[in-house]
Design a protein around this ligand. Structure first.
Ligand SMILES: [Fe+2]
Length: 160
């Protein structure tokens, strides 16, 4: 996990945006590096691992999108999972945007739409949001498939 933390901090610092250090300090204090996601990457540290996977997937299929936007939306799209809806309202994507706003981290309009609406249905046209959504789903699907294989293997060997 230390490795993942250093890599994520390195990426955030490399895009040199104002308030990057405020976000880094938030990530350190929150459960970003310890908690899992809900329906995939459920293990301890799953949220950070998933965020890095989404980043790497997006970067390797970058299709002309700015690399700083890719870093921001991939690493921060699930920030909303680090807080509760009772404080920040429903929709973890919207909560992610609210946290970044609170920290004073500047987002472009596209980044705001991509993060805020990465989950569920969205009517508007925002290519980088679709890109994030597909990378997010790929990471979740890879996790489920790997776990499925792991379980199959395990049950085969654990049977008497
Ligand atoms: Fe995600």
């Amino acid at each position: 996990m230390k490795d993942i933390k250093e890599r994520i901090f390195g990426i955030i610092r490399s895009i040199s945006r104002p308030e990057a250090e405020a976000v880094i300090s938030y990530l350190s204090k929150s459960n970003y590096f310890t908690r899992g996601c809900w329906s995939h990457h459920k293990e301890r540290g799953g949220l950070a691992r998933h965020s890095l996977e989404v980043y790497e997937h997006m970067l390797s299929h970058a299709a002309g999108f700015p690399s700083d936007s890719i870093a921001v939306i991939a690493l921060f799209h699930d920030l909303g999972k680090t807080v509760h809806r009772s404080e920040y309202g429903p929709g973890h994507g919207h909560r992610s945007v609210a946290i970044l706003d609170e920290l004073g981290f500047p987002l472009t309009r596209e980044e705001r739409t991509a993060i805020g609406h990465h989950h569920g249905f969205f009517k508007g046209d925002c290519p980088i949001r679709s890109f994030l959504k597909s990378a997010d789903c790929t990471s979740a699907r890879n996790w489920s498939e790997a776990r499925h294989r792991g379980h199959g293997h395990h049950s085969m060997h654990s049977r008497p």
